[in-house]
Design a protein around this ligand. Structure first.
Ligand code: KG4
Ligand code: ZN
Length: 349
C-alpha cells in the first residue's frame, strides 16, 4: 500500500484565510510542503483597531475558493488527488470558523474523502514539527498569540494538559491594546517589536530604569497562570502624563516588551523544571517576537532542555501548521468523516 498521503488543510479561525497541501510519508514520518497560501485581512481590519468578526467571515467567504484553488495550482494537483482534508474546528470566531468547516464538509461529502479535525492551538504547537521528528517527551509547550497564552504539558504526541493560562488578556491582545494606546496600527506586536529595537539601537539611555518601569504580573505566584491586564493598565497610567511622540513610543515599547517577555520566559522555564520537560516548544503569533526568541534561546543554551521555535512565517496563523498536526493525527488514526466535524468557537484542547 502507498503510504504517502496528500493532506489539504484549511484554516479560517480568525482573520487569515489559509490553505496548505503537504505530502505526508506515513511510513518514515516525513513530510514535504507542496503549497502554503495565506490571505491576510489585516488591512481591512486596521481601521477598526482590531478584528471585526462580521467582516472577517464575509472576507473568508470571498477568499476561500481563490485561496483553495491557488493552493492546488501551486501544488500542481487537483481535488481528486487529495487523500485527506484537515480543518480547524475551533476555537475562534464562529462566523469565520464556519466558512472553513462548511467548505471542507462539502468537499469531503462530494469527494467521499476522510477529514481530520484539528484544534487551532494544536496546530500552533505542531508548527514546531515541520522537519523535526526527534521531539522528546515529556514536553512543555507555550502558545502565545492574540487569542491564547497557554502553557501545556504533553506526556506524548497529541496528549495535552493545560497547566497554565492567562486569567485575563492574551499576550498578543496586550500587545495590540498597548499599541493602540501608543497610537500605532493593528496588529501591534510587530510594530512594538520594531520600536523596542529602535530604542535599543539608538542611545538606549535610561535602559535599566525602563526595564523596571512596568510590573511582571503573577511572577511570584506558585501557579503557571499569566495576567496582562494590570500591565496594560500600568502603561495606560504612565501615558497619562506623557506626550505621545516617537521617543515615548520607542521607550514604552521597550519597557512593555521587557515586562511581557520576562514574565513569559520565567514562568515557562519554571514549568519546564517542575515537569522535567525534555523539550520546550514555543509557538503562536507572539513567538515571532525577536526579543522573546532571543531570551528563550539564551536561557536554554546551557540546559538539557531542547528548545524549538518555528520559523517566523509559521508563528502567525497559517494552514501549514494544521496540516502538520493532521499528519500526526493520521499516524494515530484520528480520522473522521464530514459528519464528524463539529465547529466550536470555544473548543477545549
Ligand atoms: O497566532 P496569531 O496569528 O493569531 C491568533 O491565534 O491569535 O497571533 C496574532 C497575534 C497578534 O496579537 C499580533 O500582535 C501578535 O500575534 N504578533 C506579535 C508579533 N507578530 C505578531 N507580537 C509580538 N511581536 C511580534 N513580532
Ligand atoms: Zn493563532
Amino acid at each position: 500500500m502507498n503510504k504517502t498521503k496528500i493532506i489539504l488543510a484549511i484554516e479560517t479561525s480568525c482573520d487569515e484565510t489559509a490553505a496548505a497541501i503537504i505530502s505526508s510519508d506515513q511510513k518514515n514520518n516525513e513530510m514535504s510542503v507542496l503549497s502554503n497560501i495565506v490571505s491576510s485581512q489585516i488591512k481591512l481590519h486596521q481601521k477598526y483597531g482590531g478584528v471585526y468578526p462580521e467582516l472577517a467571515s464575509r472576507e473568508h467567504n470571498k477568499n476561500i475558493i481563490p485561496v483553495l484553488s491557488q493552493a492546488l495550482s501551486e501544488a500542481k494537483l487537483d481535488l481528486a488527488n487529495i487523500d485527506y482534508f484537515a480543518i480547524t474546528t475551533g476555537p475562534g470566531l464562529i462566523g469565520s470558523l464556519l466558512v472553513g468547516t462548511q467548505t471542507v464538509k462539502t468537499l469531503a461529502y462530494i469527494l467521499n474523502k476522510p477529514v481530520i479535525p484539528v484544534h487551532h492551538v494544536e496546530g500552533h504547537i505542531y508548527a514546531n514539527l515541520l522537519n523535526n521528528k526527534d521531539i522528546k517527551f515529556p514536553l512543555v509547550a507555550l502558545v502565545v498569540s492574540g487569542g491564547h497564552t497557554s502553557l501545556i504539558y504533553m506526556p506524548s504526541h497529541l496528549k495535552y494538559e493545560v497547566i497554565g493560562q492567562t486569567i485575563d488578556d492574551a499576550a498578543g491582545e496586550a500587545y495590540d491594546k498597548v499599541s493602540s494606546m501608543l497610537k500605532l496600527q493593528y496588529p501591534g506586536g510587530p510594530l512594538i517589536d520594531k520600536l523596542a529595537n529602535n530604542y535599543l539601537n539608538k542611545s538606549a539611555e535610561n535602559k535599566e530604569n525602563l526595564k523596571k518601569l512596568f510590573p511582571r504580573p503573577l511572577l511570584k505566584e506558585k501557579n503557571y497562570n499569566f495576567s496582562f491586564s494590570g500591565l496594560k493598565t500600568a502603561v495606560l497610567y504612565y501615558l497619562k502624563n506623557q506626550n505621545i511622540n516617537q521617543k515615548t513610543q520607542e521607550e514604552v515599547s521597550f519597557a512593555f516588551q521587557e515586562a511581557v517577555t520576562d514574565t513569559l520566559v520565567k514562568k515557562t522555564l519554571k514549568a519546564c523544571k517542575d515537569y522535567n520537560a525534555k523539550t520546550l516548544l514555543i509557538s503562536g503569533g507572539v513567538a515571532a517576537n525577536q526579543t522573546l526568541r532571543d531570551k528563550f534561546t539564551k536561557s536554554t543554551n546551557d540546559s538539557t532542555i531542547k528548545l524549538f521555535l518555528p520559523e517566523k512565517y509559521l508563528c502567525t496563523d497559517n494552514a501549514l501548521m494544521i496540516a502538520i498536526a493532521a499528519s500526526q493525527k493520521l499516524l494515530e488514526n484520528q480520522v473522521g468523516k464530514w459528519y464528524d466535524i463539529n465547529t466550536n468557537a470555544n473548543q477545549k484542547l
